[in-house]
Design a protein around this ligand. Structure first.
Ligand code: IMP
Ligand code: MG
Length: 336
């Protein structure tokens, strides 16, 4: 049994949701915990042709046996959480840490109307930056201060640490990506918190020695929404031709795109102390890989791409996404 932390390697939208949804069904974890910023992230996965999205709950929602937790560092938007609890029939298996910060309408308004946030940084407008700033000022309401979430409150740190000590399987979900970290990204074009593996563990309330695996998720190309540098950025036309044009799952904004960045990947592996890599959307770059589930069946070009990543960053690529469905994946923990 292991404790795994899954985090984004680039600028978010790497496909963490798909990897976590797959692991939640394949590994049947006892608990899944969400860390990260809050509802500024939308994690998407496709199961039996149906597309699901979560902005508050962990991406393990499809496994009805898995307990769903939200760590103290996460900001909760009560309306969004309650919609998801209903949609995924998750009321009885969800616990929100009583120290989660609460996003009110006023935070969303401030995020939308602030010229620096909206025009320069290009935030998602979810209210997370203003709420985290209120938290730093110690004037933000916490989950325990409001009535709405009373029936879901608990101590997530206690539950997760006990589960790990009892040798149960735990999945910890990060949001955004390494280079959107408030500390390690391209400030000021970043989110309002640290979102590297250490930051995510801190959100949950576990120490660094409790983690067995850090799975770092990269997409086979890079995308970014909002302002800030993007090395080797291609034009919208080029992205469209390559099939790399994407739209944000929270804001609907067109994402900027560039080819896979080996140097950035190397730095990301270092900052997160990654032990395993996941590469998603390999089929978008190498269409002949679509739907494959065995490594040996990949084309030689696709294999060279994976090997180049492994040689550059020094960590094995253990999961490879070959399609939108959560089971369209090569899982190299199983020898193939
Ligand atoms: P904020 O997190 O809404 O304050 O936005 C700050 C920066 O992070 C902006 O560039 C956003 O586009 C980006 N960002 C925040 N969350 C996500 C995400 O889940 N995926 C991709 N980009 C994000
Ligand atoms: Mg996303």
């Amino acid at each position: 049994m292991t404790c795994k932390v899954i985090v984004g390697g680039f600028y978010g939208d790497e496909g963490k949701g798909k990897i976590i949804a797959y692991l939640s069904i394949k590994d049947d974890p006892k608990i899944a915990v969400r860390g990260g910023v809050g509802a500024n992230a939308g994690h998407t996965f496709v199961y039996n042709n149906q597309t699901f999205k979560v902005r508050m709950l962990p991406s393990a929602v499809l496994n009805s046996e898995t307990k769903l937790l939200i760590g103290a560092g996460v900001l909760v938007t009560p309306g969004i959480l309650k919609d998801e609890l209903r949609k995924y029939n998750a009321e009885k298996r969800t616990i929100v840490d009583s120290h989660c910060g609460i996003i009110h309408e006023s935070h969303i308004k401030r995020d939308m109307e602030d010229a620096h946030l909206k025009k320069v940084v290009g935030t998602t407008g979810a209210g997370t930056g203003p709420a985290n700033s209120d938290r730093a000022l110690r004037i933000l309401n916490l989950a325990k201060d409001i009535n709405e979430l009373k029936s879901y409150l608990g101590n997530v740190s206690d539950i997760v640490n006990e589960s790990i000590d009892e040798n149960q399987s735990v999945i910890i979900e990060g949001t955004q990506g390494t280079f959107l970290s408030l500390y390690h990204g391209d400030y000021p074009f970043v989110t309002s918190k640290d979102v590297t593996a250490s930051g995510i563990c801190s959100d949950i309330g576990i120490g660094p020695k409790k983690v067995d695996d850090v799975i770092l998720v990269f997409k086979a190309y890079v995308t970014r929404v909002g302002g800030g540098p993007l090395e080797n950025e291609i034009t919208v036309d080029e992205a469209s031709k390559l099939g790399w044009l994407e739209y944000g799952s929270v804001t609907g904004r067109q994402r900027r795109a560039s080819p896979f960045n080996m140097e950035l990947a190397k730095k990301s592996v270092m900052i997160n102390s990654a032990t395993q890599i996941a590469v998603t959307k390999l089929d978008v770059v190498f269409p002949d890989c679509a739907g494959l589930k065995e490594y040996h069946r990949l084309s030689s070009q696709a294999k060279s791409f994976i090997e180049k990543i492994e040689d550059t960053v020094g960590v094995k690529v253990v999961f490879i996404g070959t399609g939108a469905e959560i089971n369209e994946i090569i899982d190299r923990r199983i020898e193939n």
